[in-house]
Every structure is written in structure tokens, then in C-alpha cells.
Design a protein around this ligand. Structure first.
Ligand SMILES: [Zn+2]
Length: 436
């Protein structure tokens, strides 16, 4: 009895009808591989017949032999471990049918323990390859995938209805292949992933799976600026406002400003000592030029290696004095940044419609053109709080998974894995922690 107890505890078996005796553990081979067998017996007094439901009276149900099954359980030690369970058979005199003792450690007609299944699911939620999981759990790769698919099916999209607020994005899933995904921007739930992001596949998907009235109920769709989804959204979701993610607006102009700085900095790469000093300063303190003008410190003196004890604001002023061109571009950049940051649509519109000074850099001018093109959707991004932070958080995770765990050739299997990964490990809302 106490041996049974110890072994059961060691194997996390809760069914007290399973007994082990001395010398229960033996080593052997299964499918040519070394493994460990644990002999056990499943028995109890059956008091009702599962066939005719008649309760036991006297010896109306009697024990009648055993049935052996080999159950995969989580690996104990080094070798794959199997429970050799001899299950009690019973005979019912009332209906003349025999039946086998039941246990919850394994599902009916299944030879993989529930514990092993749980272990496979936990590992699948992490970033491990199917091959590694299969080795760790002592089951075949096909079995691992089958369990993933079965579990992921529970989270299959049940189409028909759409949330009010969607977010679109795409990610690379194989060499040269991009997947399209859309999520509920409020809950962060992945609604579906398509193995192609071309307009036709996406349109087909929405038409096939959702009625027009379901699509008409969508109020907003958030996208990033590079995506060519605008006309598709207008067609598929006639009542939806398109929102350009604000983070991308800021990213667009700060990249342009930074490129402008690099261009001007490189002009100072001369043999002149004074130029070299300016070059080094522009190189080291690049972040200060991107920082919002109003958040620069005007009161706190700090030590700067290439300047000495100074105010942040005066350093920026001095660097801007190095080049008229830098100053002009900085001014435009700051005006745009401020308008976006303060969600001031009119200020943004004014700045964008102003004629660009001749000294403005081509980088900044290109960004202004893009912003102008997207101006109506930018307005929406000022009115709504939705952004693409969540979907990008999801995509970053998928990228990590792609690097270490995947290599799926079957897109459906791949999708199931992603689904399981996010269902078992919900993502935290990163949309607030993004820095512009
Ligand atoms: Zn019976």
C-alpha cells in the first residue's frame, strides 16, 4: 500500500484505485528505444454496470480477468516512461456484458496519459519545436501536433460576428511569405490569420466568412501607414473609420529627422578641428534633437562629456546653430511632432499645407507627402484611442517563436500553434508602454 502511495505521488497519479507492488519498475525497450516500464494494477469493486445501469446485488457483477494497456506518462528520469496498467475486467450477470475498469489518468481509448497531454500543451505554449516536445514527452511528432490541433480547435474562430474595433497587421512566416492577421483591438484576441496578405485573399476571406451586415457593424480599423489596406477596408467595412496608428506617424517623422541629422553631420567630416568637434557632438547627442522641444530641460544643469556642465536646451540650441539647414528641418519636425502629440488636427493640417522651405530635407519632404496623403485617417487617430500596439506585441512574439520553434511547412498546423500559444499565455497589453 505504501509503495503504491509513493509511486503514485511520484507519478502525479491521483487515482487511488491504481496499485503498484514491489519491483514495479523495470527497464526495457519499446520501438527499439530504451525505456522504463512501471507495472500497475487498476482495480476496484464495481457497484453498477455501465451497460444496463443495474446496481450490483451480491455477486451480480464479478471480477473477470484483466486487460493490459501501455500508457505513455511523463518521463521519469532519463528514459521515456510507460505505465503497464493491467485493468480489471468485470462481468455483469444481469445483462451478460463485460466491461473494463475506468480511470481518469487517461481518456477512454487513449494511450497517452492526461498528464502527458497537459505537458505537451504547456510546452506548446512556449517556444519549443515540435521535435523537441516530442522527445521530451516520449511521444511522436505526429502525436504532439495532433494534441495541439485538438486543443487549438477549441479556440477556432466562430466567424459570423465581428467586433466593433479591428486592427490589421502582417508578419513574415516563411521565406518571402507574409501572413495577414486581424485582431479585436480591445481584447487583443487574434481573430484569424491568413497565409497571404494580398487584397484578393483578404477580400475573399471577409466575404466568405462574414455577412455584409456583420461587416457594416465594424466601426474602426486600425492599420499602420505602409499597408495598402485603405481601399479594401472601404469596400469590406463601409461604415468603418480608418485609423492610422499614431505611433507610426511619429516614427515616420522622427526617422526623417534623424536621417537629416546624419546627412548634415557627415558634411562636417572634414580635417578641420572645429568641424570634427561638431561632428562628434551631433553624433553623440542625436537623441536630444529628436526629443520634443517642450520636454527639454530648461532649468537643470547636467554634465555632458562633449560640452561640460550645461542645460539640455542650450545644447540643442548650440547644435542647431551649426547649420541653418538643420535648424530649418528641426523647426518643421518639432511642429509636426507637437501637433501629433497634442492631437491637434488643425495645427497638423496647417504645418502640412505650408510650403516647404527650400532648405527642408528630401527625407522630411517625403514624410510630409505621406502624411498629407493619409491626413483624413490621421484625423481619426486623434479622435480614437485605438492603436496597433497590441497587434504589434503579438507579432513580436510570433517573430520570436518563428526563430526558435517553428519551421512549419503546414500553415494550418502553424496557425494552430500560434493560436494555442496566445490562448494559453495571453499577451499583456503593450500599447501603453510603447515609446514614441
Ligand atoms: Zn449489465
Amino acid at each position: 500500500m505504501s509503495i503504491s502511495n509513493d509511486i503514485r505521488n511520484m507519478l502525479d497519479i491521483q487515482d487511488k484505485n491504481i496499485y503498484m507492488s514491489e519491483n514495479a519498475v523495470t527497464y526495457g525497450k519499446h520501438k527499439g528505444k530504451s525505456c522504463k516500464f512501471i507495472k500497475a494494477k487498476l482495480t476496484y469493486d464495481a457497484d453498477q454496470c455501465p451497460n444496463c445501469q443495474v446496481e450490483k446485488v451480491g455477486s451480480s457483477i464479478y471480477k473477470n480477468g484483466t486487460q493490459l494497456s501501455r500508457i505513455t506518462i511523463p518521463t521519469m528520469g532519463v528514459y521515456p516512461t510507460y505505465l503497464l496498467l493491467s485493468k480489471q475486467r468485470f462481468m455483469c450477470k444481469h445483462c451478460g456484458v463485460s466491461f473494463t475498469a475506468q480511470t481518469n489518468i487517461v481518456k477512454r481509448h487513449c494511450f497517452i496519459s492526461s498528464n502527458t497531454e497537459a505537458q505537451i500543451m504547456i510546452k506548446s505554449a512556449g517556444a519549443q519545436s515540435v521535435k523537441d516536445i516530442s522527445q521530451d514527452c516520449g511521444v511522436s511528432e505526429a502525436t504532439v501536433q495532433r494534441i495541439i490541433n485538438k486543443e487549438a480547435n477549441k479556440y477556432k474562430p466562430h466567424y459570423k460576428a465581428l467586433p466593433k474595433h479591428l486592427s490589421f497587421d502582417e508578419f513574415k512566416y516563411a521565406k518571402g511569405k507574409m501572413a495577414f492577421e486581424y485582431i479585436d483591438v480591445e481584447t487583443g484576441d487574434i481573430l484569424d490569420i491568413l497565409n497571404s496578405r494580398d487584397n484578393r485573399s483578404i477580400t475573399d476571406h471577409f466575404i466568405t466568412n462574414y455577412s455584409l451586415s456583420a461587416r457594416q457593424r465594424v466601426e474602426t480599423v486600425t492599420i499602420d501607414m505602409n499597408a495598402g489596406y485603405v481601399s479594401l477596408i472601404k469596400e469590406m467595412f463601409p461604415n468603418a473609420d480608418i485609423i492610422i496608428d499614431r505611433f507610426h506617424l511619429v516614427q515616420l517623422i522622427s526617422r526623417a529627422m534623424n536621417k537629416t541629422r546624419v546627412k548634415i553631420m557627415n558634411q562636417l567630416r572634414t580635417s578641420n578641428g572645429e568641424d570634427q568637434k561638431k561632428y562628434r557632438r551631433l553624433k553623440r547627442y542625436w537623441k536630444l534633437l529628436l526629443k520634443k522641444r517642450s520636454s527639454l530641460s530648461y532649468t537643470e544643469y547636467k554634465y555632458y562629456g562633449l560640452f561640460g556642465q550645461r542645460l539640455e536646451s542650450s545644447i540643442v540650441q548650440e547644435m542647431l546653430d551649426y547649420s541653418e539647414e538643420l535648424k530649418v528641418n528641426y523647426g518643421i519636425y518639432q511642429d509636426l511632432l507637437e501637433a501629433i502629440d497634442e492631437k491637434d488636427y488643425h495645427a497638423l493640417e496647417n504645418t502640412l499645407n505650408k510650403k516647404c522651405p527650400t532648405q527642408s530635407s528630401t527625407y522630411l519632404r517625403t514624410s510630409i507627402k505621406t502624411l498629407r496623403k493619409h491626413l483624413p485617417y490621421t484625423k481619426n487617430s486623434f479622435q480614437y484611442t485605438y492603436n496597433n500596439g497590441r497587434i504589434e506585441g503579438i507579432n513580436n512574439k510570433i517573430k520570436v517563436l518563428n526563430r526558435i520553434a517553428y519551421g512549419y511547412r503546414n500553415f494550418k498546423h502553424y496557425k494552430n500553434r500560434i493560436r494555442l500559444h496566445f490562448k494559453l499565455k495571453p499577451v499583456v497589453n503593450k500599447s501603453h508602454s510603447r515609446v514614441a
